[in-house]
Design a protein. Structure first.
Length: 300
């Protein structure tokens, strides 16, 4: 999944469950076997028109599993729908989004497989390399709880800042050791980080705002590394209810997404060849979710 910034602002917005959009419960709605033509696996997504979903439906069908891709317009919708059994699975979020959702709503939705991770880059309109950013310069990061910590991780890996302690998925600018850091950190709304580049030495900009800032195709000075510790909470995932985490049909669907060549090609098409596909195990994802939820609760 690739969470767009425009929709990320809905992270903390409570909206009514749109059960009326779905017909019947995902579980128990038919005596037919789950995954059969009359009782397909309902998967909630945001952006059904993304090419990987048509490819995925076809690939799953060829393996004898019928799926129904259910489209939502807001990122706040698929988790409540899954919890209320109006869906069987969803695939639209990364670990930290799920962790925040579970903590805020006292739920136990569970990751059962990885899909991909997408980069987050540091850009500048006045400097051409990290070394050119001056001592005491100012770099902006998004101020939303989903991307702020990740952006700080990019700056740590680039050697621009140091934190007072270990990086966590809930780090914010208060955790920056200003005396030991090369630059100052300024938090801005995600849609303003790119706009502020005229007056800043650099900014961490989400992919969705690159076009408006005329940054498409421009090489970032630094970007998140898929294998970095700070990247792990941003792995995008298939999610089920906790009681279904070992469901063989659902786990087979994860493998189809990860291994089918047409699905993977369509995923790259959708991401503009920026996606890094992952096959991180369900157990590792579940451990990561637990750690991230603990960090969120301890930060509160």
């Amino acid at each position: 999944m690739r969470i767009s910034k425009k929709k990320l602002f809905a992270l903390t917005v409570a909206i009514p469950l749109v059960g009326a959009l779905l017909t019947g419960c995902a579980s128990g709605s038919s005596d037919a076997a789950k995954g059969s033509e009359s009782n397909p696996v309902k998967i909630g997504v945001v952006g059904k028109s993304d090419p990987q979903w048509a490819a995925f439906e076809k690939a799953a069908s060829s393996e004898g599993i019928h799926v129904d891709i259910v489209d939502f317009t807001e990122y706040t919708q698929p988790n409540p729908a899954l919890a209320e059994k109006e869906l069987d699975l969803n695939e639209f979020q990364h670990i930290i989004y799920l962790a925040n959702s579970n903590v805020k709503n006292n739920q136990d939705l569970t990751p059962i497989g990885a899909t991909a991770i997408y980069p987050l880059g540091l850009y500048s309109k006045t400097h051409e390399s990290i070394d050119q950013i001056p001592e005491g310069g100012t770099v902006a990061v998004p101020n939303d709880e989903t991307n702020r910590a990740r952006a700080l991780g990019v700056l740590v890996d680039a050697g621009l800042i140091k934190l007072k302690g270990e990086w966590t998925a809930v780090a914010d600018s208060r955790d920056v050791d200003e005396g030991a850091s090369k630059v100052k950190v300024k938090e801005l709304s995600a849609d303003q980080t790119a706009n502020g580049l005229q007056d800043l030495d650099g900014a961490v900009v989400n992919n969705d705002f690159l076009k408006n800032a005329d940054l498409v195709g421009k090489e970032p000075l630094a970007q998140s590394k898929p294998d970095a510790e700070s990247a792990k909470p941003y792995i995008n995932i298939f999610v089920s209810r906790a009681e279904d985490k070992d469901n063989e049909t659902y786990l087979k669907l994860v493998k189809i997404f990860q291994q089918n060549a047409d699905v993977q090609a369509a995923l790259q098409e959708s991401s503009g060849n920026t996606a890094t596909p992952l096959t991180t195990s369900a157990s590792e994802l579940q451990d990561l979710l637990e750690t991230t939820q603990d960090q969120i609760q301890n930060k509160a």
